[in-house]
Design a protein around this ligand. Structure first.
Ligand code: URA
Length: 241
């Protein structure tokens, strides 16, 4: 059971005070009957709620994958900068949040949902959910770095990180750049950038490719998003059980 106003706020219809006013004016019906008190308790699984004759279905959970573009921040709201939530035009719920954080200049896979349990499990340090990144590095990445990363290393400030799997995709000696893929099992602040700094190189481009079993859909250009499929949601849940 849920209050009618809460139901409609969650479905992003309007603010609680606006809904109170709409109800008072007789614009809201439950199972076809006008309900004038917006604090009326309804059953969100059974009752049919409509505003101005339009049915507002209840959606418990929403799951989106966003290909986060550079330049937007991983937050729900911000006075100055665009946030990842601003990009999600087709969401229904008003309580979505990004799972974990990508830096402002990082691109790639970001899960956005209102499923707090799943988010908690994906981010729990003990679960060690794999995150895979693609990066362009200023500097030459060598086999030596692969070994350093694989052995569990110390960052410049002394923070210890768990072993990561570094793969060298391409090295360009003339430009002094390297392209790599890195798999890590935790998510410390600026972790990828700090790991490369610790070996005297610098990340100039960073993109997350996957998080656990969830892989960025490569048809999504930066800024685009789509809902997860039921299979993707089930895989994420199974991977974090
Ligand atoms: N590591 C970083 O340094 N930045 C990110 O955005 C994600 C991982």
């Amino acid at each position: 059971m849920k209050r009618l106003d809460k139901y409609l706020v969650e479905m992003s219809v309007a603010s609680r005070s606006a809904i109170k006013e709409m109800a008072r004016k007789g614009r809201i019906t439950v199972n076809g009957m006008v309900v004038k008190a917006s604090d009326t308790k309804i059953d969100e699984n059974i009752d049919i709620v409509a505003v101005d004759g339009q049915i507002i279905a209840y959606l418990h959970r929403e799951y989106f994958m966003l290909n986060k573009p550079a330049g937007v921040i991983t937050a729900t709201e911000d006075k100055h900068a665009h946030t990842v939530l601003d990009l999600l035009k087709e969401r229904v719920r008003n309580d979505l949040f990004p799972v974990g954080r990508l830096d402002k200049d990082t691109e790639g896979l970001l899960l956005i949902t209102n499923d707090g349990d799943l988010a908690h499990r994906l981010l729990a340090p003990k679960k060690h959910v794999d995150k895979v990144y693609f990066a362009i590095i200023k500097g030459i990445v060598t086999d030596e770095h692969i070994h350093v990363f694989a052995s569990g290393m110390k960052l410049l400030d002394g923070t210890e990180v768990m072993p990561g799997v570094l793969e060298i995709l391409e090295v360009n000696e003339e430009e002094d750049t390297s392209r790599i893929r890195l798999t890590i099992h935790e998510g410390k602040f600026h972790q990828v950038k700090r790991m490369f700094e610790a070996v005297g190189t610098q990340v100039t481009y960073l993109k997350r490719l996957s998080m656990g079993p969830l892989v960025l859909d490569d048809t999504l250009v930066p800024g685009e998003y789509r809902r997860l499929t039921d299979e993707e949601v089930a895989m994420l849940k199974a991977a974090t059980k």
